[in-house]
Design a protein around this ligand. Structure first.
Ligand SMILES: Cc1cc2nc3c(=O)[nH]c(=O)nc-3n(C[C@H](O)[C@H](O)[C@H](O)COP(=O)(O)OP(=O)(O)OC[C@H]3O[C@@H](n4cnc5c(N)ncnc54)[C@H](O)[C@@H]3O)c2cc1C
Length: 406
């Protein structure tokens, strides 16, 4: 079988990035088909932190009020010295009040954002979202791109005008387009334990906390879950030689959590997730009529909560340009700017910051460690330096930088 729709945009992947790209296009009348490998939207607990620059973009799509309703508004984040328990630095987004309408992050789980967008997409007759449909290959020529799609009935070809690969870190679109994914993979994995235990009952924690520790760094976040009292997620590196079972079995999980935050009685651990973590960027985000966005284009460690945020920035940057091309207001060469702007800022901001965040938390050398913590403390206590730090961590600086490129 073969389906051809000359002006249709094809999207591989109904994760948050694919759905947001679909929604932006659909609102402008562009016919879209989204192919999703799974039989439903993914609901594993990954991204939650949505930064000010991303909230600005999502407000253009009228999504922020719903995210705030489903999530938690969080003005501050804190760095701690885990061995001593000392608070090293508190950063308050209020310092950005004259830079953005959103001087805070919203902690809204990515599956909630994806569901919000999915529900809105259902209202459009010109959008198809096809579950259990995997894109497995592609070809393209001057005018069209054709995806080979596999579903439970077999394989077929679907031809459209453009194809967006938003199909995650193992992107079939990226591989089929023969785009290299350059970078490295960490030898350790990251484990996330989710529990309803209220950490604020025992410490001066805010909803986003980063702990430096030469033996075992950690992060601690709050999300709203199904509503009050919410859930906390504690993130740790695994040992390089630990198997998944060594990390996830009940007694090992309890031991890690008790070592992190000793308390009477065991932890109620409602989810355990273990992630292989990489720092990689595609060598190009645009190849002819094929574009990459989100994790298919770049992956990074989650310290700082940047991966999905940058995926959303990709979706917004890409669709802004693609809409002009689709409407005949610009030629395909316009998409080179998408590649330059988003790939460069990914290297300069996301890769640089997440690598630095991890190094800062895990530093083992006592002198380097002391220097890191002193620097963070000094930055946080100087409003001008703290503001500059927040402009980077909130990704406002990366959006401004992108505007100067290409
Ligand atoms: C522990 C952890 C915490 C994180 N926290 C944050 C955070 O706080 N803030 C942040 O910004 N980022 C965070 N991230 C990163 C974030 O989760 C990812 O960047 C985000 O999921 C990327 O979204 P995506 O839509 O590009 O890809 P995905 O969410 O991976 O979605 C891809 C979709 O494509 C589908 N698919 C795959 N292959 C095919 C195919 N061949 N055909 C069709 N469909 C296919 C998949 O089933 C999936 O539905 C975190 C990551 C981890 C692991």
């Amino acid at each position: 079988m073969s389906v051809t729709q000359n002006k249709r945009v094809l999207i591989s992947g109904a994760g948050p990035v694919g759905l947001i790209a679909a929604y932006r296009l659909a609102r402008e009348g562009v016919p879209v088909t989204v192919f999703e490998k799974e039989d439903r939207l993914l609901d594993d607990p990954r991204a939650a932190t949505t930064h000010p620059a991303t909230l600005e973009m999502l407000s253009e799509l009228d999504l922020v009020d719903d995210m705030a309703r489903l999530g938690l508004i969080c003005r501050e984040f804190r760095f701690w010295d885990r061995p001593t328990g000392d608070l090293v630095a508190n950063f308050d987004h209020e310092l950005l009040a004259d830079e953005t309408d959103f001087p805070y992050v919203i902690q809204c789980e990515q599956f909630k954002l994806a569901s919000l967008v999915y529900e809105r997409l259902l209202a459009f007759n010109h959008v198809d979202i096809l579950f259990e449909h995997s894109v497995i290959d592609l070809t393209q020529d001057e005018n069209y791109v054709t995806a080979t799609v596999s579903n439970p009935d077999g394989e077929y070809f679907c031809t459209g005008a453009y194809l967006i690969g938003a199909d995650g870190g193992r992107s079939a679109v990226r591989k089929s387009a023969e785009i290299a994914f350059e970078g490295f993979t960490y030898p350790e994995r990251f484990v996330v334990f989710t529990t309803p235990f209220d950490f604020q009952s025992g410490g001066d924690y805010c909803y986003r906390n980063y702990f430096a520790d030469p033996d075992e760094w950690s992060n601690l976040f709050k999300v709203s879950g199904d509503g009050p009292p919410g859930l906390w997620r504690a993130v740790f590196p695994t040992g390089i030689d630990e198997s998944d079972d060594d990390v996830a079995n009940e007694s090992a999980a309890q031991e890690r959590m008790q070592k992190f935050f000793p308390k009477t009685g065991g932890y109620n651990i409602v989810h355990t997730n273990i992630y292989v973590t990489h720092q990689r960027v595609a060598e190009s985000f645009a190849k002819g009529r094929v574009f990459l966005a989100g994790d298919s284009a770049h992956v990074n460690n989650p310290i700082g909560g940047l991966g999905l945020n940058c995926g959303i920035h990709d979706a917004m940057n890409l669709t802004e340009k693609l809409l002009r091309v689709w409407k005949g207001e610009a030629d395909l060469g316009e998409m080179v700017r998408y590649d330059i702007q988003r790939r460069t800022t990914n290297h300069e901001f996301v890769q640089a910051q997440t690598i630095q965040n991890k190094k800062r938390l895990e530093a083992k050398d006592p002198l380097a460690r002391a220097q890191n913590l002193k620097e963070l403390s000094e930055i946080a206590s100087d409003p001008a330096r703290a503001k500059k730090f927040l402009l980077r961590s909130s990704l406002i600086a990366s959006v401004r930088r992108a505007e100067t490129l290409g």
